[in-house]
Design a protein around this ligand. Structure first.
Ligand SMILES: [Zn+2]
Length: 66
């Protein structure tokens, strides 16, 4: 995954939050604060380009909402 893709993902996520008045849950670095894995490539693999809200970690399933 390129830096370009990472940036695009964060941009899309910010846009989503703004449009839906939703909190930005995930870390902007893309790193899960619990398992410390990079969730952005995994989200892209799952078909999320950032335009769907990320509310938890796809690896350790830790919820970012609480
Ligand atoms: Zn995690």
């Amino acid at each position: 995954m390129s830096e370009e893709e990472r940036k695009k993902f964060i941009d899309n996520q910010e846009k989503y939050c703004k449009e839906h008045n939703a909190p930005f849950f995930m870390a902007k670095s893309g790193m899960c604060w619990r398992c410390e894995r990079d969730i952005i490539p995994r989200e892209i693999e799952r078909g999320n380009d950032g335009s769907h809200l990320v509310t938890g970690c796809p690896f350790c399933f830790r919820s970012y909402c609480d």
